[in-house]
Design a protein around this ligand. Structure first.
Ligand code: SF4
Ligand code: SF4
Length: 447
């Protein structure tokens, strides 16, 4: 297979795709759903329901607030029991709508109908359906899709890329989608490409998924799309890395894909777009991978948004050992460790990992050896060691001179660091500190 890849940095890691042969199961309805009003980049949605309201499946329970925001729909029919702050996988407390399912799973009027001929809809009508469905980038970014589909004035998109790389170890949700929902994904990609009629359309899949490459390639030709096999190399699925691998173009620091004529969407997002436009179905569930050696039964699950991790643990047979296990929302490289099993599945939850306490390496950070390995593997050409030093000395504003905000938090630097420095944590700390400093300065200026 002639595989393409990105130029700078990157690492080779064991892919641990233990669940690749497990078909997607439907997670049974839990006793309670906790639906956060912030599951995307931007402003939280505004609640449109009150406590004790009866809601139907797909009904809007939170409307997008402003340009960069996304609406939220009820994942099933039932009663609104509470609206309150609740922990969510992002690590903070978010205002959430607690729904007690009524067991009828009754759709809101007009939603989830039979497939219509999308050609009969104008581009405005397609965009409106995507917006109403509350679709966001489901690969993890969470950027509202209806915004991403309309490039800023003066930016011309000549290349659409479907991201089927799924380069994070353990995760197989996108892989299973490509095998089990091939047609819906390709139809979703056709809808995406209809916004850019002159663009070439590519599908990028890593070569550790030969079955998905075969299945998608067999059908892609009918739509006029080209399949591009990619080398299995982390982080091949990073937006900038994927663009570089597929087109050879470089998205520079502080540039966006639009700046080099590209737009990238994840396979789960494409599937959700098909559901929204062709069937008028909002985004109320998603496929997640449940894996790791601390969970009894590993699975790929289609779970409703708002399903708590604790319910998923029960459905998967419980944990293999009691006590402290590491719980991660997402993959091991970019996922976020969790302190509560009560966090819910959101639109961007691609997986949940349960790792045995004894298998988590806990090494003290040692001084930097100045070996330069972190710089060699950084796909963004940054100086991770220096950024961490600046964070440790609280010189975080200076870190911006060294492109701190361009760090995609891929974890490659920390993975190779022989001194086991917590490079990504320090970089995250520096970013948050700078946001807070900016807010403080803004407040001082106003007062
Ligand atoms: S890899 Fe670690 S030890 Fe080597 S230069 Fe980077 S931070 Fe220092
Ligand atoms: S986490 Fe950031 S600094 Fe480290 S390798 Fe990835 S992009 Fe570079």
């Amino acid at each position: 297979m002639n595989c393409r890849t990105f130029k700078s940095g990157g690492i080779y890691i064991k892919d641990c795709k233990f669940t690749e042969d497990f078909s997607v199961e439907i997670m049974p309805m839990p006793g309670e759903l906790v639906v956060p009003l912030l599951q995307h980049i931007g402003k939280p949605a505004k609640p449109t329901v009150k406590v004790n309201d009866i809601v139907t499946k797909g009904q809007c329970v939170g409307e997008a607030d402003g340009l960069i925001s996304a609406s939220i729909s009820a994942p099933t029919s039932g009663k609104v029991k509470k609206i309150d702050k609740h922990p969510y996988p992002g690590g903070v407390f978010v205002k959430s709508i607690f729904i007690e399912p009524d067991g009828k799973d009754e759709w809101h009027e007009g939603l989830n109908g039979a497939e219509i001929n999308v050609e009969n809809l104008t581009l405005e009508e397609r965009l409106l359906r995507i917006k109403r469905a509350g679709i966001v980038g489901m690969g993890g970014a969470g950027f509202p899709t209806h915004v991403k589909l309309v490039p800023p004035k003066g930016k011309k998109v000549d290349t659409v890329i479907l991201n089927g790389a799924e380069c994070e170890p353990y995760l197989t949700a996108d892989y299973r989608l490509m095998l089990e929902n091939t047609d819906e994904i390709l139809k979703g990609l056709k809808i995406i490409s209809s916004f850019f009629p002159d663009a070439n359309v590519f599908i990028g899949i890593e070569d550790n998924k030969p079955h998905a490459i075969k299945v998608m390639e067999e059908k892609a030709g009918r739509f006029g799309f080209e399949l591009v096999p990619l080398k299995t190399r982390y982080p091949q699925g990073g937006e900038k890395q994927l663009i570089n691998a597929v087109t050879g173009r470089t998205v520079g620091p502080k540039q966006l894909p639009f700046d080099v004529g590209c737009i990238v969407h994840n396979v789960a997002t494409a599937r959700a777009i098909y559901d929204a436009v062709a069937r008028n179905r909002p985004l109320i569930d998603r496929v997640i991978t449940v894996s790791g050696n601390a969970i009894k039964n590993k699975k790929n699950l289609r779970a409703l948004i708002g399903t708590k991790f604790s319910d998923i643990v029960r459905y998967c047979g419980g944990l293999t050992q009691k006590g402290m296990n590491l719980l991660v929302a997402g993959g091991p490289m970019m996922g976020k460790s969790q302190y509560s099993f009560e966090v819910p599945v959101t639109k961007t939850t691609s997986g949940i990992l349960f790792i045995k306490e004894g298998d988590v390496e806990r090494t003290k950070e040692r001084p930097c050896l100045r070996c330069g390995k972190c710089e060699l593997v950084c796909p963004a050409n940054l100086k991770p060691g220096l950024l961490a030093n600046l964070a440790q000395t609280k010189d975080t504003e200076r870190a911006e001179e060294f492109l701190l905000s361009q760090c995609m938090e891929c974890g490659s630097c920390a993975y190779v660091c022989p001194s086991k420095r917590n490079l990504v944590q320090w970089i995250k700390y520096a970013k948050v500190r700078n946001i807070n400093l900016k807010k403080e300065k803004e407040q001082t200026r106003k007062s």
